[in-house]
Design a protein around this ligand. Structure first.
Ligand code: FAD
Ligand code: EPU
Length: 326
């Protein structure tokens, strides 16, 4: 149940399919540590879980409101994200086509404000309903309440572990503004000979790029980018540029730039390194740590610490992990 393919077990395990299930499952387990599991695509288990794992399989797809320009769609947290994207595209609803093929479930999408190719979930987010485990109450969160940031939300920080996200609603368009300015998307659409692309074409372009770049978890265990791309001062960028003029960098807030962690890790010499033929740094994408065969979560965690220390000593940048460590 985790895309890293790490073996770990839970003392207690339950599946929830609706809000009533939550109450039933929690009854009598009030004092257990609780972990909510979606598709398991952003988790590294380093040990067994001595508590209750609740797998969220709440389904549902409903158009709540619509006019000629937009529609508000509510989705159950347990729906598979990519299938949700495809269903919306089939109904000519746009805004999430750039987020095609991101693994995992709809319920986890606000957790780290999933993003790819110039779009983040916050751009289309309307609200979510989440159940407070201790207070036993449902609460509605709007975008402001969620405190979205780059791979961040309130649920990864001050409200960590407190809520079960049950439903998420998105505001999607019927007349679309495509976001194709990412170089790779433009090139792919060009190769696909799509001069006037639809949202389906953009989705297909993103799928092609992702399949070429990222290892398929069904074949090689991984959780996507293991680290976040660091945001640093332009002063530090200038310093690094004096040695490496070609360092990729993207404007962030005032006097700050986002760097590519994959580039830093590659330049530090880690790309493709493999240990005991079991785990290592992916050959094509240095930002992705991989489990080739029966590795343990703590081995991968230790590798990530070595990488963090080395990048710090070479570039004076402290990489932060994106993956949730358990
Ligand atoms: P899980 O891994 O099951 O859980 C992640 C966290 O969310 C855990 O802390 C869990 O407790 C919590 N959680 C999950 N569901 C709920 C819920 N209903 N209520 C409360 N808490 C919950 N991410 C990106 O942003 N962009 C990408 O481009 C991207 N590419 C990826 C590519 C690959 C090959 C892989 C393997 C991963 C990639 N990811 C990417 C990371 C991952 O797909 C996302 O973080 C995704 O949203 C995780 O969903 P999940 O359902 O698998 O969550
Ligand atoms: N690069 C290298 N070496 C590498 C990998 C990348 O030099 O081994 C360079 C690339 O050449 C490029 C730059 O780094 O110049 C950025 O690479 P890429 O466009 O592949 O994106 P990324 O920074 O590696 C981020 C997200 C991905 C998301 C893509 C597309 C983060 C942490 N990662 O990856 O999200 O899909 O952009 O938008 O922000 C995830 O979060 O799990 C994830 C996969």
């Amino acid at each position: 149940m985790n895309t890293f393919g790490i073996e770990a077990s839970a003392k207690l395990f339950s599946i929830i399919r609706d809000e009533n299930d939550i109450k039933t499952v929690l009854k009598g387990n009030e004092n257990e540590p609780i972990f909510i599991l979606g598709g398991g695509s952003n988790i590294l288990f380093t040990e067994d879980f001595d508590g209750l794992v609740i797998k969220n399989e709440i389904q549902g797809f409903e158009i709540i409101k619509e006019n000629k320009n937009f529609a508000i769609i509510e989705s159950g947290a347990g729906e598979v994200w990519h299938e949700f994207v495809l269903k919306c595209i089939d109904k000519n609803l746009g805004g999430i086509e750039n987020l095609s093929l991101i693994p995992g479930n709809v319920g986890a999408s606000p957790m780290q404000n999933i993003g790819a190719y110039g779009v983040e979930i916050k751009d289309v987010f309307e609200y979510l309903d989440a159940y407070h485990i201790k207070d036993k109450k449902m609460r509605r969160f709007n975008a402001q309440d969620c405190k979205f940031g780059y791979r961040e939300s309130v649920f990864k920080n001050e409200l960590k572990g407190q809520y079960i996200i049950c439903k998420v609603a998105f505001r999607l368009t019927k007349t679309h503004t495509l976001k194709t300015s990412y170089g790779a998307i433009e090139n792919e659409l060009h190769d696909m000979k799509k001069s006037n692309p639809s949202i389906k074409d953009v989705s297909n372009a993103v799928i092609n790029i992702r399949q070429a770049k990222l290892p398929d978890p069904k074949k090689i265990g991984n959780a996507g980018s293991f680290f976040k791309n660091p945001i640093v001062s332009t002063e530090l960028l200038n310093k690094i540029q004096s040695k490496y003029a070609d360092i990729p960098n993207y404007p962030a807030s005032h006097n700050q730039v986002k760097l590519a962690a994959g580039w830093l890790i590659e330049k530090a010499g880690w790309k493709g390194r493999t240990y005991e033929n079991r785990y290592g740094v992916h050959k094509l994408q240095a930002l992705v740590l991989v489990n080739y065969n029966q590795s343990k979560g703590d081995e991968i965690l230790e590798l990530s610490t070595l990488i963090i220390d080395d990048v710090k000593s070479k570039f004076n940048i402290t990489l932060e992990r994106e993956v949730n460590i358990l």
